[in-house]
Design a protein around this ligand. Structure first.
Ligand SMILES: O=C(O)CCCC[C@@H]1SC[C@@H]2NC(=O)N[C@@H]21
Length: 263
């Protein structure tokens, strides 16, 4: 099937073999729908909604997306360990980055922010939320939810103090990318990167992610609950934890929100 070239980002028609897709007009959250559908799915499936009424973000935050923005969830039955499942968030961030570059061109000023945001011109363009059915060694299904502000970004006043400026692709560049086209590009890109991880492990994912990382080598702050750690951002380890080097030496931080000075 060929999508008509309605956007000024390149239209994408190919779709990875063995992967299903469901497109829904309106749903509470594609991640919630993924959890409901997972028991009946026979293989990897992308669920995309044209509108979400109760989109969810990381750490219990809400995620708003009007029609025209991208909201989709990939449901997988992960074969590896729970740690491998967590590493798929880096695969997803790389896939979003590369799909947008492929559609919009190499000059699109994209970067990745740990753990898995995609930035455009330094503002937050896309977020990723991993949720699972089952836990530990018994993960039955993994939902990788991806939201991209293609046409509109939330008002900064609706966000928590210190949150990165939200941006949209259209607002920053004037480019129009259709959610259906991005879904195809993203599904292909995710397929490529997840094969890399299956065949060669996390090392190539880690290096590709670091090559696209924002503020590598800069001083940043990681906040987990009431605990704040400030230090030099020295990369990620082989579990995907953030490496910060500060007055207390080198620390690996498995989960946090990070803040850049001056944003
Ligand atoms: O807080 C974040 O940065 C993560 C946002 C993830 C939003 C996406 S939109 C598609 C999927 N469905 C949801 O309810 N959330 C994710």
């Amino acid at each position: 099937m060929r999508f008509p070239p309605l956007s000024n980002g390149a239209a994408v028609s190919a779709w990875p073999a063995g992967v299903a897709r469901h497109v829904i007009d309106r749903v509470d959250s594609t991640n919630a729908e993924a959890m409901r559908m997972a028991p009946g799915l026979s293989g990897p499936t992308w669920i995309m909604a044209r509108q979400q009424t109760a989109g969810r973000g990381r750490r219990g935050r809400a995620w708003t997306d009007p029609p025209g923005n991208f909201a989709a969830t990939l449901v997988l039955r992960p074969h590896g360990s729970p740690a491998d499942a967590a590493r798929l968030s880096f695969v997803a961030a790389l896939a979003v980055h590369d799909a947008l570059r492929r559609m919009c061109g190499p000059h699109l000023n994209l970067a990745l922010k740990w753990p898995n945001d995609v930035l455009l011109n330094g503002g937050k363009l896309a977020g990723i939320l991993l949720e699972s059915i089952g836990s530990g060694a018994a993960i039955q299904a993994l939902a990788i939810g991806i939201g991209v502000n293609l046409v509109a970004a939330p008002e900064p006043g609706d966000l928590e103090p210190g949150a990165l400026r939200p941006v949209s692709l259209r607002g920053e560049t004037g480019l129009a990318v259709l959610p259906d086209d991005l879904l195809c590009a993203l599904a292909l890109s995710f397929d490529d990167w997840s094969r890399q991880m299956r065949d060669f492990g996390f090392a190539p994912i880690r290096s590709a992610w670091l090559a696209r990382a924002a503020r590598l080598g800069d001083t940043i702050t990681a906040r987990t609950g009431a605990t704040e750690t400030t230090g030099r951002f020295d990369g990620i380890d082989d579990t995907g934890a953030l490496i910060l080097t500060g007055p207390r030496g080198r620390q690996a931080i498995p989960a946090a929100d990070i803040f850049f000075a001056g944003t």
